[in-house]
Design a protein around this ligand. Structure first.
Ligand SMILES: [Zn+2]
Length: 165
């Protein structure tokens, strides 16, 4: 059976994992931007990460004949810092034209905080303005149902509908 891997964080995987995915029938890989295991200290850290996702990782995947696609964002865990998040969101448009970019993601909520919600709205607004798809992440640790409802409220907001029209 051949399959498309919809959600793999390959930057944290070794080359053997690509080999095993290939053996399992993988035909293409999709990689959402995520938390790197630590909070990055500046937008420059995200610039380099977006280069990794759009330049370096596709080359690693190509060694196994695997097309590599990615989603770009600042993840909810680091979105608590509004100033940093706004600087990172401002970097994203220049990367959207790159051939392996699928859209904005994985966006959503982590602790369902006010700041996370504000940055989620900014990501959805960015996606609407640039006619991009979004990939949504629901909270792991806090109230998942409440977080999912909050995300749906953001997506249904009249403000965003105006942007989409
Ligand atoms: Zn993920």
């Amino acid at each position: 059976m051949r399959y498309i891997e919809p959600h793999a964080h390959m930057v944290s995987r070794v080359m053997d994992d690509y080999q095993r995915m290939l053996l399992a029938g993988c035909a293409a890989v999709c990689e959402p931007a995520f938390w790197a295991g630590f909070d990055r200290s500046s937008a420059g850290g995200f610039y380099d990460y977006f280069c990794q996702l759009t330049e370096h990782e596709p080359k690693r995947a190509a060694k196994f004949g695997l097309p590599h696609f990615c989603w770009l964002c600042i993840n909810p865990k680091e979105a608590e810092d509004i100033k940093l998040a706004e600087e990172v969101i401002a970097l994203i448009p220049e990367f959207l034209k790159r051939p392996n970019v699928l859209g904005i993601g994985e966006i959503g909520l982590n602790k369902n905080s006010r700041n996370e919600l504000k940055i989620l709205e900014k990501h959805v607004d960015l996606a609407a303005r640039h006619k991009q798809m979004i990939l949504v992440h629901t909270p792991h640790l806090e109230d998942k149902l409440k977080g999912t409802r909050l995300i749906l409220d953001v997506l249904a907001s009249p403000h965003l509908l105006i942007q989409l029209l």
